[in-house]
Ligand binder design. Structure first.
Ligand code: UFG
Length: 327
């Protein structure tokens, strides 16, 4: 079975990728420094503990496993932190990716699937983003991901590195089998924080800003189920292995939900009250991020199956109540 090197395979999205890759007949090799990842989440293939900032670790992983492709998830990804600690984001995300790309080229592994973000687009008034929307990030996280996208293009030009770039909108939900799920410490994402507030693990969910230029004053995001997102990655990997050209795809459901709408839907799904507080805006937050995902559907044949808000909250709620990692 062909090996795929999955950086960040012990994280939320990477662990779901490993499960899907194994189901599709690949061997996922998790490469993770376990700063934000969990050993308990590595269930579907071998694990390499290493750091992308350490070239020896990266080269050793390619030498041992000879992967046919890389899926690169490992990154720091908190918009708020990226505003206060930009150096951390530029070093970890950009330098780490450069080390990985150079190691892949040296090992003649030239198929690269990259986890990028709609945060590379920034704020555009009332636009449904397509892949040609100008990339004008307003936070260091988005800027670091845009830089890596540019790096991939340069390395294709010079060294033939074929790549598929996925720009994610907001990922939510969990594996319906409950084998892996979302578990960050500290948690910053809306859905898990809200579920914590619902079952009393925190006092209340703070709504970050109620004075945005949206119908109810709260930010609008496009939520996509983690399993649907990963289905697209497997399609993207096969796209590259079939020799098709490098491509960028947005991954979202195309529907925007405000923070208040997500809260309302959670109340319906869990049949429990959601304690909330209204707070100030969080620096770096865009007003509205909604995807046009027609390209992924048309070219990859991607069909999201679980990306309704109710399904995402219901899968996240099941995992929240039954699943967690200890180490
Ligand atoms: N929010 C709150 N209260 C909270 C947490 C979040 O009101 O306690 C709001 C945020 O302000 C935002 C929305 O809920 O409007 C979603 O916030 P998340 O932190 O869940 O997600 P982000 O939109 O900030 O960022 C996420 C990922 C990024 C990715 C981005 C793409 O963390 O890596 O989606 O939209 F780039």
């Amino acid at each position: 079975m062909a090996n795929v090197l999955v950086t960040g395979g012990a994280g939320y999205i990477g662990s779901h990728a490993c499960k899907a890759l194994a189901a599709a007949g690949f061997t996922p090799v998790t490469f993770d420094n376990f700063v934000t990842g969990w050993r308990d989440a590595v269930k579907f293939g071998p694990m390499v503990e290493g750091d992308l900032l350490n070239c020896t670790d990266v080269d050793a992983a390619f030498a041992e496993y000879k992967p046919v492709a890389v899926m690169h998830f490992a990154a720091l990804s908190q918009v708020g932190d990226s505003m206060t600690q930009p150096g951390l984001y530029w070093r970890n995300n950009v330098q780490g990716s450069l080390n990985l790309i150079e190691a892949a080229i040296a090992a003649n592994c030239k198929n690269f699937v990259f986890s990028s973000t709609c945060a590379t687009y920034g704020d555009h008034d009332n636009v449904v983003f397509d892949e040609d929307t100008a990339q004008l990030p307003i936070n260091a996280y988005g800027a670091s991901k845009r830089a890596i996208e540019e790096m991939l293009r340069d390395f294709e030009g010079a060294h033939g590195l074929k790549h598929v770039i996925f720009r994610y909108f907001n990922v939510a939900g969990a594996d319906p089998d409950g084998e892996v799920g979302e578990f960050h410490q500290p948690e910053t994402h809306l859905v898990p924080l809200m579920l914590d507030a619902i079952d009393g693990k925190r006092d209340a969910l703070t709504i970050f800003g109620t004075d945005y230029d949206t119908p109810d004053g709260t930010c609008i995001r496009d939520y996509v189920h983690v399993c649907d997102l990963i289905d697209a990655h497997v399609l993207g990997l096969n796209w590259l292995l079939d020799g098709k050209p490098s491509r960028v795809f947005n991954l979202g459901s195309g529907a925007g939900f405000s923070v208040r709408e997500v809260i309302d839907r959670s109340r319906e799904v869990t049949n429990r009250a959601v304690p909330i507080k209204e707070g100030a805006r969080r620096p770096g937050d865009c007003t509205k991020l909604v995807s046009g995902s027609t390209r992924a559907a048309a070219e990859l044949g991607w069909v999201p199956k679980r990306s309704t808000m109710s399904q995402m909250i219901s899968d996240a709620w099941r995992w929240h109540q039954t699943g967690h990692y200890n180490s």
